[in-house]
Design a protein around this ligand. Structure first.
Ligand code: CMP
Length: 158
């Protein structure tokens, strides 16, 4: 997948957009939050998604760490761990996302998120994420709401 990104980087922008859209549209659409999103939004996201993988047992984000990116799960399950690093607060799978809270609040990572399976993930860095939220306030509102619900849930669990 790294090769795919490299090859695309050499192409003129309009062609790059078309190819990235073709390859990644279904990935974006598989995120329930983006199912109804309009075409300009999907284009923006598709162009800047970076693929990555995680292996079972890997800490993808670590509680207390600095948040630099948001993760979308294309395939696989992850568990969100409480402060004791063993109680499972939530299990997230295909189509869900994590890592939004630190980006929205500029606070350290609230929890450790650990891969349960081999996971295919797509990430956006903070700058891209901020730009997407600025351009698409409806999506931004939904992400803010989900982050607030998660924060409330984690507080009652502690
Ligand atoms: P962040 O704080 O950046 O890093 C840890 C992530 O775990 C957090 O963002 C959320 O995406 C996720 N998370 C925290 N609490 C919950 C919860 N109660 N349910 C689901 N996901 C959560």
């Amino acid at each position: 997948m790294a090769r795919q990104t490299e090859m695309l980087a050499d192409l003129p922008l309009p062609l790059r957009t078309e190819i990235a859209l073709h390859l990644n549209r279904s990935i974006v659409r598989s995120v329930p939050l983006f199912e109804e999103a309009d075409e300009p939004f999907v284009r923006e996201l598709v162009l800047h998604f970076e693929p990555t993988v995680a292996i079972p047992g890997e800490n993808i984000v670590t509680r207390g760490g600095i948040g630099r990116r948001i993760y979308f799960i294309n395939k696989g399950r992850v568990e969100v761990l409480a402060a004791d690093e063993s109680t499972v607060v939530a299990t997230l799978a295909d189509g869900n996302f994590f890592g939004e809270m630190a980006l929205l609040t500029s606070q350290p990572r609230s929890n450790t998120v650990r891969a349960l399976d081999y996971c295919n993930l797509y990430t956006l860095d903070r700058e891209r994420f901020d730009r997407v939220l600025e351009s698409f306030p409806d999506v931004a509102a939904q992400i803010h709401q989900i982050a607030a619900d998660r924060a409330a849930e984690s507080r009652t669990d502690e």
